[in-house]
Design a protein around this ligand. Sequence first.
Ligand code: AMP
Length: 581
Amino acid sequence: MEKVFNGEQVIQEFEAMTRDAKRIQIKTLNKILKDNWEAEYLRKWGTFDGTMDPKTYSSCVPLVTHKDIEPYVQKIADGASFPVLTVGTPITAFALSSGTTQGKRKYLPYNDILTETAMHVFQASFAFRNREFPLENGGKALNFIYGGKHFTTKGGLLAATACTNIFHSKQFKKTMKAIQTPACSPDEVIFGPEFHQSLYCHLLCGLIFREEIQVVSSTFAHSIVHSFRTFETVWEELCSDIRTGVLSARITVPSVRTAMAKILKPDPELADEIHNKCLGLTNWYGLIPEIFPNTKYIYGIMTGSMAPYLEKLRHYAGGVPLQSGDYGASEGWIGVNVNPELPPEMTTFVVLPNIGYFEFIPLGQIHDPDSGSVLVEPESVVGLTDVKVGEEYEVVITSFAGLYRYRLGDVVKVTGFHNSTPKLQFICRRNVMLTVNVDKNTEKDLQLSVEAAAKLLTAEKLEVVDFTSHVDLVSEPGHYVIFWEVNGEVSNDLLKECCNCLDKSFVDAGYVTSRTSKAIGPLELRVLSRGTFQKILDHYVQQGSVVNQHKTPRCVSAANQSVLKILCSNVVKSCLSTAFD
Ligand code: AMP
């Protein structure tokens, strides 16, 4: 018999676990080492029989980045006949990261424990959410998720995004049902081979089941915003499909057509109702509650690089609460949002001490002048329960899926403790950095500058659809290039104002002095043609990424030539700052 979900019990277990974080972390580390000490990687570092306290562990096993473990990952991908990274739970697949930071997708070891952990996180976060915003039985979720592509490695292992691995698992559907958010779309739509068609059908299913939709969601907020921007362009076609009961000819995948034919029946009354509601909206404000009147909340990751989409999401949401999702990566899950009542800007993540062993590198460690990388003092690295409130750290993860002291590259701030485990606020990716010489601007700094400059557009009823940046070191002196896609025509004067505002809004002392002394050239603002970011999304999807995992790269390096080419070939206007003339 299927186990009934008991939210209060899940919360009680969560509380007990987080009260005992220190002991559980040691137990978790012991289990990981005991299960895997015979793997080639751990043997190399002399972890003996795996009985090791945290201090000895961190003195034996080095901190690593993905580059360091690539040869091991490659061996597994090629079909090594011996245990390379894990023994206890074999690596059965690879999770492909979205590849937004470096332009290159990372292969990360994946096994069944990561799926189990994901379910554990989904249930814990739902338990807290449901206590605040209870769902009614029998509802559905309009969940913009996509199966994405699979690859098979030389050794016969499947490689797909972490989301794809999860969506394909049996547990996923069961868990979604248990937590009252089964998707309104059939599997053929979720796993359809063409994401534009799947997105159209997700919207159509949402409309057909509009009264039953209680949650509108996706993994990342970008995908929700992207879906409703698409809705704005296809709503009449969707209404026509509902009116006639005939699916648009744009859907060409036979399995998707067959699945949709079972759901789509002629319903002129519903079509008229939706049509009238759409016509009655002003600039699509409050689209979600108007079309899906029983929506209790909108759910997805809204922090970090998703923050720039909040304004648009709020616009579509009208008064429907936004609930920011949890914190995880292809490498593994990290924390749960247990305060769903807070707005996304205040979301923090409570680290679960039993899903991995976590360490933290304090920020502000010395930069190696030769390589530009950060040198870490080994003794400065602290354990989960030893972090300090108010401090910023880089997250280091030791997982059940073969990562040992792996630097995740994310910067987080400790905002407090939940029982004895820290609450983390996501700050930014560590290596998304705009830098020409002594200046250092992070993803967050860029976001703040863009926010400040974009305010100037609102008087003209214009908005920045999406943005990214690049450091041009080819021209002398080097300078920042900011790319904007705007939803209308920007006059030259306004563009100049925005450009100067962007330049002035980077307040990092290194930047300001370098700009004043002309060691950094004038900031350049380039406006892109409409649809450029869609082309970038298509590019990533073509490479095997999935829309719901997509994160627009906020800084495109020279190494990411394919994206840089898309950007540079779609510039319609540009302007140089005179803010420091
Ligand atoms: P991927 O490996 O492609 O799934 O991307 C994982 C990365 O997404 C993490 O390392 C973070 O940088 C980012 N991320 C995941 N969850 C969150 C979150 N809740 N808030 C902000 N950023 C997140």
